[in-house]
Design a protein around this ligand. Sequence first.
Ligand SMILES: *[C@@H]1O[C@H](CO)[C@@H](O)[C@H](O)[C@H]1NC(C)=O
Ligand SMILES: *[C@@H]1O[C@H](CO)[C@@H](O)[C@H](O)[C@H]1NC(C)=O
Length: 343
Amino acid sequence: MSHPKRKLFVTLSILPFIVGAFLLLSLWTPVSGSEHHTLIRSSCSSTLYPDVCFSAISSSSVPSWEMKTPKDVIRVALEHTVLSTQHNYFNIKKKLASRALLTVRERTALHDCLNMVDQSLDELRATLHDLQDYPNTNRSIAQYADDLQTLLSAAMTNQESCLDGFSHDRGDKKVRQSLLTGQMHVFRMCSNSLAMIKNMTDTDMAERRSILEIKEHKLPGRELGAEEEGNTRGWPKWLSAGNRRLLQATTVTPDITVAADGSGNYRTVAAAVAAAPEGSTRRFIIRIKAGVYRENVEIPKKKTNLMFVGDGRTTTIITGSRNVVDGSTTFNSATVERKKNLK
Ligand SMILES: *[C@@H]1O[C@H](CO)[C@@H](O)[C@H](O)[C@H]1NC(C)=O
Ligand SMILES: *[C@@H]1O[C@H](CO)[C@@H](O)[C@H](O)[C@H]1NC(C)=O
């Protein structure tokens, strides 16, 4: 008779542990799960398309508990965007391979799209690479913000430019329609990543600034030293209001400028492209001043890391005779980044 009692006793003495373990599990799992979803939600809340953002990131193969910082969330968003862009690329390629029912114009526009999507892939990968580096003391946070935003704005613009190639006449609309969902998804995801990156770099800059302000208050006699330290890291002087504004501004410094009126280094985009280095590992920025450029711009793939900065969609216009003759789209495989997007 003593055996069943002992069994019961043993069971009873283990029971609290089992119950405890269950309680812990039932409490722990959902709390930590939703906590990590909270990070995704709060990251996405600073974007223009929060629902697209949240569903893309939470459906990623990366489990949400592995995303511990806003930077992790942005990385996952960008990886998702790369996959979507690859999907679009193969979709366009497939359309080109099927010989059915494409006009010359549609074929040309699809080719241009393919180039732009390819370029976007390079830009997205470069963004991921830069993000992985961040924050490294080689570049100031403001410089990172600038570089990352420039790359993503360019990738974003390409999605629109691809679709713009089809909007000229009604016949094209069917092809445009078939690309629309994929292109718009990448466009929105680029916009979302842009917003999250801006939030992250703004937050980090504000933090650094407040750390420096505290330092400054404690060591009023070391103003010059603090400035020198700032300058060697490539940071602007922190504490004057003017420089603070400078710090927050996201202006791109071009390597060369094209101006139709002769006020730049070159008068034509083609001449600027010819002057750009081949196989550059550093971004080479060509600013195209407002004006109308009647030329066809072909960018050889060897000209890596080339970036075009327009003065705005309506003020910098590139039109080539090919547009009229065989229906080429406005800007073949290039990236015109609009400053207005850098917000
Ligand atoms: C930072 O700069 C140093 C010297 O300029 C260079 O050797 C190093 O490779 C740079 N690091 C990164 C991550 O760019
Ligand atoms: C970043 O996003 C969070 C969540 O939307 C917001 O509360 C915070 O103010 C943002 N920070 C900056 C610097 O924009």
